[in-house]
Design a protein around this ligand. Structure first.
Ligand code: NI
Length: 179
């Protein structure tokens, strides 16, 4: 299991549309997920998508604990491995909140996201996942799945007066961050 290099914004590999995973429950897939997990944990991330380590597959992992210093006070999101995800909007309501991204180190921005979504897909064994979620959980899923269509959160920012350096905007978070 290896902590992998996370690609940073500007790398063309982050702009690709990812390919669906064709075969589940293989040693290669489990090894890839272990690397994603180790990489995410090493930098206190709340989620990581395979394209962020240069693997062009529709695979994201996410989940937060109450102790995550990058996201203090945020609600828990269950640890999830999600392959070939499909997001269905449930209503048109959006909400604004701050986001960061391990591929965009040192910055935060306010991003509008759908308040409520259904998402479907598969876990690493091929078991179906079908969840209806809202709030922070819905935001995390939308952010991670954007990585599978070549979108980074700054492309979703509408109000650039609320986009800046974490160390300036949130000094208490910045102190706990690696980036
Ligand atoms: Ni991200």
């Amino acid at each position: 299991m290896t902590v992998r290099e996370i690609l940073k914004m500007g790398d063309a590999r982050l702009l690709r549309v990812a390919e669906p995973v064709q075969t589940f429950d293989t040693p290669e897939l489990h090894a890839l997920i272990a690397d994603l997990h180790d990489t995410m944990v090493a930098v206190n991330g709340a989620g990581l998508a395979a394209p962020q380590i240069g693997v062009n597959l529709q695979l994201v992992i996410f989940g937060s604990t109450a102790m995550n210093p990058r996201y203090p006070g945020r609600p828990l999101v269950p640890r999830t491995v999600l392959l070939n995800p499909v997001i269905t909007p449930l209503g048109a309501e959006e909400e604004d909140d701050w986001e960061g991204c391990l591929s965009v180190p040192g910055l935060r921005g306010v991003v509008p996201r759908l308040s409520r979504i259904r998402y479907t897909g598969f876990d690493e064994k091929g078991t179906a996942i079908d969840r209806t979620v809202d709030g922070f959980h819905a935001r995390v899923v939308q952010h991670e799945c954007d990585h599978l269509i070549g979108k980074l959160y700054p492309m979703r920012v509408r109000d650039f007066s609320r986009f800046g350096f974490t160390e300036v905007l949130f000094p208490e978070i910045s102190a706990a961050e690696d980036d």
